[in-house]
Design a binder for this molecule. Sequence first.
Ligand code: 6PG
Length: 243
Amino acid sequence: MSGTRTPPEVRIGDLAFVLEALARDVEAEARDALARRARFTIAIPGGSVATTCFARLARLELDWTLIEFFWTDERAVAASSPDSNYAIAHALWLGPANVPAGCIHRMPGEAPDLGRAARSYALELEGVAGTPPRLDYALLGAGPDGHVASLFPGHPALLDPRPVLAIEDAPKPPPRRLTLSLPVLASAERVTIVALGKEKAHMAREALEGMVSPLPVARLAREARSCLFLLDREAGSRVERGG
Ligand code: 6PG
């Protein structure tokens, strides 16, 4: 990876503050990319960030025909499953905003051979975001254990340079998943990590203060070109400084 990295920016507030700060950040980055290249590429997560934030993001006034959606990770379930990250995104953001089908790059979680699905998704990603892929925006949650996307602490996938990885043994159910790799996430123009709730407080502190922490979230914070943490007051309760 190349480019100058700056320390993560941290903003802490109540949930309404987090939602508005996220909406403003995505909107500003999208408008900037659209003005320069008439295209904005974003990878989006599942979990609490999807259920809490996507309805707000769906109300952004953006030209959705110019925005290409990818996923940070997906569970190995059918697209119609309530556990599907795609299904949540479709219900709360892509459907309400009328995002055209051609802009939606769903990870095929239902594929029986996840290794093959990872390779084919890498080609799809590279077709839009280049080789190696460089997204404009990676929006992520983070687990209390410090995982991001489906990159878990101590897992060999953290050492894998390929852009998209199959995970067969995730500690968070379901165990089988697809995920973008750390190099792809870290090379996004902007990485935003949203964490809500007191069970995220230790993780947030370690990510922001433990400069040698091996946690995936800490590594991403160190390696990202431009990284923003948006924390509610509980998740930010152990972090020294707030915005
Ligand atoms: C998933 C998500 C995953 C999520 C983290 C944090 O499959 O669950 O895509 O990457 O962002 O696990 O989840 P929470 O925000 O729900 O804790």
